[in-house]
Design a protein around this ligand. Sequence first.
Ligand code: F6R
Length: 239
Amino acid sequence: MEIIVSKNYDELSKKAASFVIDLIKEKPDSVLGLATGGTPEGMYAELVKAYEAGKISFKDVRTYNLDEYIGLDGNHEQSYRHFMNKQLFDHVDIDKNNTYVPNGKAEDLEAECENYEKILKDLSYADIQILGIGTNGHIGFNEPAEELILPTHVEPLVEATIEANSRYFDSKDEVPKEAISMGIGSILKAKHIILLASGPSKNEIMKYFNNDKISTNIPASLIKLHPNVTIIMDEEAAK
Ligand code: F6R
């Protein structure tokens, strides 16, 4: 596991983007596993800049996202599909048919999860999987628990996550209570995992990367089992 401490959020974003840019240059039809949330926003802005500067093309890139809220369709401003369009897909030459986000409005959620898992498999999983981390250690929406589910599944959001994500909604009541999330097993199938952590609120949870333990109560700790992990955090998260 490689740990990179960047001076600030700007440097973290540039560093994270540089891994993706190098990958796309080397393999133009790369598969990217993407995350939403505040942390990767700067990285997406850097990727858009690299595209605008003619350094990379997304023409043949395929992407899949970690998760989506149940009950929100892709046009809802807080849906993760909308987030991805706004942050990245609308600004680059990617074919949106090659971008996958679970359908939070699927009538049959179990079938949607199974189908999503099949998509990941057909894509042979991500060359790089970007992850953020919740203050409670969640990755995707895999919340701390005695047991974790390996494939894509329906996950109830815990109170801490509803609270943390309410900043994007008009009120806490509007935050969906469930999500479709890739499981730990599908996340660990990526060839390279890059976890990003920024700011003092991630300080406490990042301490857990200083030891040689894993715990399902800190789902992010399971990435310690993966042979190719890079953690990029800023000084505030690393303190
Ligand atoms: C989002 C996701 C979540 C976030 C995490 C951190 O797709 O999977 O696990 O990465 O909640 O969110 P931020 O970056 O907003 O602190």
